[in-house]
Structure formats: structure tokens, C-alpha cells
Design a binder for this molecule. Structure first.
Ligand SMILES: *Cc1c(COP(=O)(O)O)cnc(C)c1O
Length: 361
């Protein structure tokens, strides 16, 4: 099979090995004579997959199961916006507004009520940087940040220190792409379809001690406590998506964990950004502050919208490069180069960019 050069922001590319393992498990899991999709989620075989996935996730992050729990929930990262506020917003919460997704998280928290304080925002410059040296409220119930801004192509060069105030992070579009002190977070969530699996499941990592601050106000399906007490099986979990995540975690661990993943991501990201910076009269990078540039979503403009449309159309036609069009809210070009995007795709993209510039400059 000839694979496309897939630069989709999500659902996004997965490792071919994971797709092959999943294809096999969908037909006949471990020679049990049935599909992984046909098994009871309470069978001992499936339970083993589920628990292994939870533990491998913590292992990749360097977190202990004595301190952290893992949930696999439906409803997308978008439902987490609401669940977080329902479960932990008692009187006041601090939010940093760094993009479209951060804004949606703020909107849901306001819907729940309480004092939702936007302590910093980069909206004035179309979210093209990450606010630094933010003053947090010492009496906040939590601080919420969006570590990688999928649409705008920024990420936090370092995770802010919130002192004794719990830190909650939406890591959806960079989850497990770089080494990071994950223990700085009290709650991490990530929609799987960006970097760790297919759509349909959201991974939530909760520090056990955070539950001491639980409000007890959420309806059943939005209540972390209910999901925690039931081992993330209060209702039927997204069984097949969790299996795919299981294979992705093995793929990460087998290549040496996050140091290896980060090294590859740096190679890919710097290759592309160096090319943009060297040709910025034709390919104009959207994020100017170098340290804030996401190595997952790389965004740039051409000198006109017509040229941008032509760039995407020709990429598809000549080299089967897909999903290069920027998000509808910001326009331009966006290449999402998540963990599973091979360096060959980035190299092919740069070769194409050279050709296109020669023909159109
Ligand atoms: C895609 C995305 C979301 C929304 O995820 P859904 O699973 O579609 O709800 C939230 N936050 C970030 C940073 C994203 O990239």
C-alpha cells in the first residue's frame, strides 16, 4: 500500500505497525476466535488490555500508579472542559487563553458558574505567542492551560509553576510528544485522535490527591469519582480505541520512550521551521517567537490566499500530501507532524515546497 503524506490535525496519522496489529485484532484477537470488538469489556482478556494500557501510559510519563489514576472516557476532550469545572470549580479558577480550544474550555467553565478568571490571553495578536510570567490567584481552585494550541501552532516552552494551586492541562495535540515533568500537573487530559490513537476516547490522568478538592456537584456520567471508583468502566468504555492506544504506547516504549520520540520530533520540526525561516519572503511562519513554536502543528502563510489554495491542491495532486489547509478560523497552511508522521513525509514536503516556490515566486 502506498501511504499518503498525511498532515491532518486530527484524526491524524497512526504508526503503520499499530494499524496492522489493530487490523489483526479486529479479525481475531489472540486466536480467541473473536474480534477485540466482540469481547465483553469485563472479560479477563479485555481487562488485561485495559489495565496494561493504563499502566503503560503512566510508565511513558514517568508517573506512579500509587499517585495517579488513568481514565479512558468518551465525549472527546470537549467534555473534559465541562467535567473539570463541574468537579473542581468551587469558587474561582484561573484560565490562560491561548487559542480556540482554550477559549472553549473557558466558555464551558463559565457555564458551570463561579468566578472564571482569564489571567492572561494572547488573543490580541491572534494567539501567536504564549503569555509568560503570569500571576496566578493564590486562592484559585485550579489553573487551566492548553499546552499545545493545535490551530495556532504554539506550545508552552516550559510548564508554568502554579505553586500550591493545582494545575490542569489540555495536552490533546502534543500528548507524549516530548519529555516533560508530567508530575507538575494534577490533571492531564488528551483527546486520543491527535497523537495517541483514534477518535472516540479521551485519556484523563488524575493525581489522586486532587480528589480531595472534589465538589461532588457533577451528574453521574460527568463525575470523575464515579469513573474512578469503577476503574473507568462505570459504563462501557471505548474498547477498540483503547486497544489502539495500547499498541501506540508499546510503539513508544519499544523505541525508547519519550527521549527517543522527542529527538525525532525535534528533527522533523526544526527541519521544517529552518526551511520556513530561510524562505520567509515566500513562506511566512505564523509564530514569530521561536521558543513558542509547536513542533506538532506548524503554521505558515503564502503571499496570497489564491497561492495558498494552489499550494494545497498541487501538493495533493503531485505527491498525495493531504490536509495541509490551515484551520478555517486562521487560514494559511498547517502541517501537523505528530509522533507517527515519518521524517520522510517532512522531507518530501520540503522538496515540494522548493519546487512550488521556484514555479510561483
Ligand atoms: C482537538 C482538540 C480538542 C477537542 O477534542 P475533541 O475530542 O474533538 O472534543 C480540545 N483541545 C485541543 C487542544 C484540541 O486539539
Amino acid at each position: 500500500m502506498q501511504r499518503a503524506h498525511n498532515f491532518s490535525a486530527g484524526p491524524a496519522i497512526l504508526p503503520i505497525q499499530v494499524l496492522e496489529e489493530t487490523a489483526q485484532a479486529v479479525l481475531n484477537y489472540n486466536n480467541l476466535g473473536m474480534s477485540i470488538m466482540e469481547m465483553s469489556h469485563r472479560s479477563k482478556e479485555y481487562d488485561a488490555v485495559f489495565i496494561e494500557t493504563q499502566l503503560d501510559g503512566l510508565k511513558v510519563m514517568g508517573l506512579s500508579p500509587d499517585e495517579y489514576d488513568v481514565l479512558f472516557l468518551g465525549g472527546g476532550a470537549s467534555t473534559q472542559f465541562l467535567m473539570i469545572a463541574y468537579n473542581f470549580l468551587k469558587s474561582k479558577a484561573d484560565y490562560i487563553n491561548t487559542g480556540i480550544w482554550a477559549k472553549k474550555a473557558i466558555k464551558e467553565a463559565k457555564w458551570v458558574g463561579g468566578d472564571v478568571k482569564v489571567v492572561a490571553s494572547s488573543e490580541d495578536t491572534k494567539f501567536n505567542y504564549i503569555p509568560k510570567n503570569v500571576q496566578f490567584s493564590p486562592d484559585a481552585d485550579y489553573v487551566h492551560i492548553t499546552t499545545n494550541n493545535t490551530v495556532e501552532g504554539t506550545w508552552y516552552p516550559s510548564i508554568p509553576d502554579t505553586g500550591s494551586v493545582p494545575l490542569i492541562g489540555d495536552l490533546s495535540s502534543e500528548f507524549l510528544s516530548r519529555e516533560m515533568d508530567y508530575s507538575k500537573f494534577d490533571l492531564i487530559y488528551a483527546g486520543a485522535q491527535k497523537n495517541i490513537g483514534p477518535a472516540g476516547v479521551t485519556m484523563v490522568v488524575i493525581k489522586k490527591s486532587l480528589m480531595e478538592r472534589w465538589t461532588g456537584k457533577a451528574p453521574t456520567m460527568l463525575d470523575y469519582k464515579i469513573h474512578l471508583e469503577n476503574g473507568s468502566m462505570y459504563n462501557t468504555p471505548p474498547c477498540l480505541p483503547v486497544y489502539v492506544i495500547n499498541r501506540v504506547f508499546k510503539w513508544i516504549l519499544n523505541q525508547g520512550g519519550l527521549p527517543a520520540v522527542e529527538a525525532t520530533n525535534k528533527k522533523k520540526g526544526y527541519l521544517l521551521y529552518d526551511y520556513l525561516d530561510a524562505n520567509s519572503d515566500f513562506y511566512i511562519p505564523q509564530v514569530k517567537t521561536k521558543e513558542d513554536r509547536s513542533l506538532m502543528n506548524v503554521c505558515w502563510n503564502l503571499t496570497s490566499e489564491e497561492l495558498e489554495s494552489k499550494f494545497c491542491a498541487e501538493a495533493k495532486k503531485r505527491y498525495n500530501m493531504t490536509n495541509l489547509k490551515g484551520h478555517r478560523s486562521v487560514g494559511g497552511i498547517r502541517a501537523s507532524i505528530y509522533n507517527a508522521c515519518p521524517i520522510e513525509s517532512v522531507e518530501a514536503l520540503i522538496t515540494y515546497m522548493g519546487e512550488f516556490m521556484k514555479e510561483n515566486k
